[in-house]
Design a protein around this ligand. Sequence first.
Ligand code: SAM
Length: 245
Amino acid sequence: MSEPSSLPGPHARRERQRAFWREAYSADPVFFGEGESDFARWCLPILRAEPRVRTVVDLGCGYGRDTRFLSAGGFQVRGVDLSGFASSRAPGPDVPCEIVEADCLGFLERLPSGSLDAVYSNMFYNMDFSEAEHRALWVAVHRALRAGGLHLYSVRSTADPWYGRGRGIAPDIFEPPARGVPMHYFSEEYIRRLAAGRFEGVARVERREGEEEFPISLWYVAERNLGAAPTSAGPVRRGRRRPGR
Ligand SMILES: C[S@@+](CC[C@H](N)C(=O)[O-])C[C@H]1O[C@@H](n2cnc3c(N)ncnc32)[C@H](O)[C@@H]1O
């Protein structure tokens, strides 16, 4: 799919994200609340049902609320975020997890293949990534996970009351009318398209969250890494070779 022209370049968008979230977390160090997210609580039994899951990466971890929750749940967790905010509030020795200040795609691409048991993220993929950038992230997650590893994520859905509000800057991406960063809303079809050939569904539910004045709608997704990557070569043709080839 071609990149829509009104979406600024990746560097400009990344810097805008960094500045926005630094400011948000400086103004309110518990911007999303003190405790872990509802989605992290939904994921815990899924992770615990898998005896082999030890290593987890939390993409776009913010100030690390879910990183700490999953670490306290017994997993070896690394949180990654652009803002660098959580690293200045690194958890104490009682909750052994690591926070890395980095762009998530670059971080994933530097990991050895098959080195993770699970990749987790809460409301990260619905930042203003284009479809091409989402595809690159899915390829990187698929490569970094071992075969059978879990990909768990929540994203704002196209049924969200905020969908369509503000300026449309690309398909399903809207710049909010007041303060904020653009949001990419996911349809069920988009979730399937991104997973195709790399992940199979484990669980998927659509949930309402938020208080009266800020209701939002999210997809909770759990999918399993199928292992071998799809080939772009198409179906294998069987038959005789043409003479002379
Ligand atoms: C909606 S917040 C969610 C924070 C956290 N998952 C939580 O639930 O508390 C999205 C986060 O993604 C981070 N982010 C945005 N783009 C990023 C990128 N390319 N690489 C790493 N982090 C990014 C932002 O800094 C922000 O903390």
